[in-house]
Design a protein around this ligand. Structure first.
Ligand code: COS
Length: 387
């Protein structure tokens, strides 16, 4: 349910203060240690950040898409690892259950996700199935009243700290594509669930990922999301649709931070006897970054409003994520350029953020997958038969 504007504004002010006073000062430590201090995670829980999108009936704030995107924008002024700590609970880790789960599944898991008592992860990608998600090979074989899972999931965000996974697995081996896939809720402590070692990522230190390995992992029948086999691919795609829009808002928030860092630096740094901000070639970079941010943010806000009014979200989310993730890459590159040699040194936030933003063009669907989603929808709209 939408919040009234005054309540949302108060919440956003609280988030702004939290970002400025607690998160930004901790960025360098998180980058160096590859870990967010537990105390900060507890503060995020108390603020309600883990439950932004979980419906109020299940203990969350139940934000509608336009409000969710404003919060994502605000919190993304801090290094992206902080948003990632609660991001899977707000998007892909919880949404499969929120959208397609049975009432019993929602009651059992969503309140704990909303409070942050458990971290929720989304396990779709495999060593051999990334962009081609429908080719996944993890199996869920029927066994009495339950299922036995076998397979490997790769690069799973928050897996090392997860309490529960949404796992896409093949229940119908005869059906090689999307229709043979079902979605399961698997608790991290279940026998047969094992985690791979930590990955040493290019950026986003403090946002852990690893493999999740299922070896004869037995789950009860009621772990099947929605209680229906063969719908898991669609559940995953629906969760990703809203996740992509959320990531687009995140890219915009981070771009705004990078622009502010660039302006501050350009005003303070003198060369040739005056601040570099006075040089028109620097001004051109600032102007391009500000304009591109504003375009992307307008696109995200329009998509969020339309999603909130019930329009199908797949193409809107893909357009927003495609444009905003490419945009923040360009903005980060210019931010480093404006900082000159200092931009290559980790003492300056832009050096770290430059590495952090690279993932946005890759995860939850590469830019090329977003292009494909958009173009297929255009062709369908025009009455053609998409490839
Ligand atoms: N919402 C609901 N249903 C959807 C959907 C969506 N957004 N997108 C596709 N579907 C449905 C289709 O309608 C189709 O249903 P029917 O079989 O009933 O017709 C089914 O799902 C299969 O869709 P499609 O044929 O389009 O599947 P493809 O194998 O061609 O794959 C892409 C489509 C490439 C778009 C998909 O695999 C994808 O998004 N890949 C990227 C995965 C990703 O983001 N990975 C990151 C992991 S999470 S960090």
């Amino acid at each position: 349910m939408p919040l009234d504007r005054a309540t949302l504004d108060r919440f956003l002010e609280t988030v702004d203060s939290f970002v400025a006073e607690r998160l930004i000062p901790a960025e360098a430590e998180v980058d160096a240690t590859d870990r967010i201090p537990d105390g900060l995670v507890e503060e995020m829980k108390r603020l309600g950040l883990f439950g932004l999108t979980v419906p109020e009936d299940y203990g969350g704030l139940g934000l509608a898409p336009p409000e969710e995107m404003e919060v994502a924008w605000a919190v993304s002024h801090a290094a992206p690892a902080f948003r990632s700590a609660f991001g899977t609970n707000v998007t892909i880790g919880s949404q499969g259950i929120a959208i397609d789960g049975t009432e019993e599944q929602k009651r059992r898991y969503l309140p704990k996700m909303a409070s942050g008592e458990i971290v929720a992860s989304f396990a779709l990608t495999e060593p051999g199935a990334g962009s081609d998600a429908a080719s996944l090979t993890t199996r869920a074989d029927r066994d009495g009243n339950g299922y036995v899972l076998n397979g490997v999931k790769r690069f799973i965000t928050n897996a090392p700290v997860a309490g529960v996974f949404t796992v896409m697995a093949r229940t119908n081996r005869e059906e090689r594509g999307a229709r043979g896939i079902s979605a399961f809720i698997v608790e991290a402590g279940a026998p047969g669930v094992r985690l791979g070692g930590p990955e040493n990522k290019m950026g986003q230190k403090g946002a852990p990922i690893c493999d999740v390995i299922f070896e004869d992992c037995r789950v009860p029948g009621d772990a099947l999301i929605g209680g229906v086999e063969g719908r898991g691919f669609k559940t995953a795609m629906k969760a990703l649709d809203r996740g992509r829009l959320h990531l687009a808002a995140t890219c915009c928030g981070l771009a705004d931070r990078l622009i502010r860092e660039s302006v501050d630096f350009a005003l303070g740094r003198e060369q040739f006897g005056r601040p570099v901000a006075e040089f028109q070639l620097v001004q051109a970079m600032l102007a391009d970054s500000r304009t591109e941010h504003d375009v992307a943010w307008a696109l995200v806000r329009d998509a969020a409003r339309r999603a909130g009014e019930g329009e199908p979200i797949a193409r809107l989310g893909a357009e927003a994520k495609y444009y905003a993730s490419e945009m923040v890459g360009r903005v980060a590159d210019r931010a480093v350029q404006i900082h000159g040699g200092s931009g290559y040194i980790d003492d300056y936030a832009v050096a770290r953020l430059y590495r952090d933003v690279r993932i946005y063009r890759l995860y939850e669907g590469t830019s090329q997958i977003q292009q494909l989603v958009i173009a297929r929808d255009m062709l369908k709209e025009a009455g053609g038969s998409p490839p």
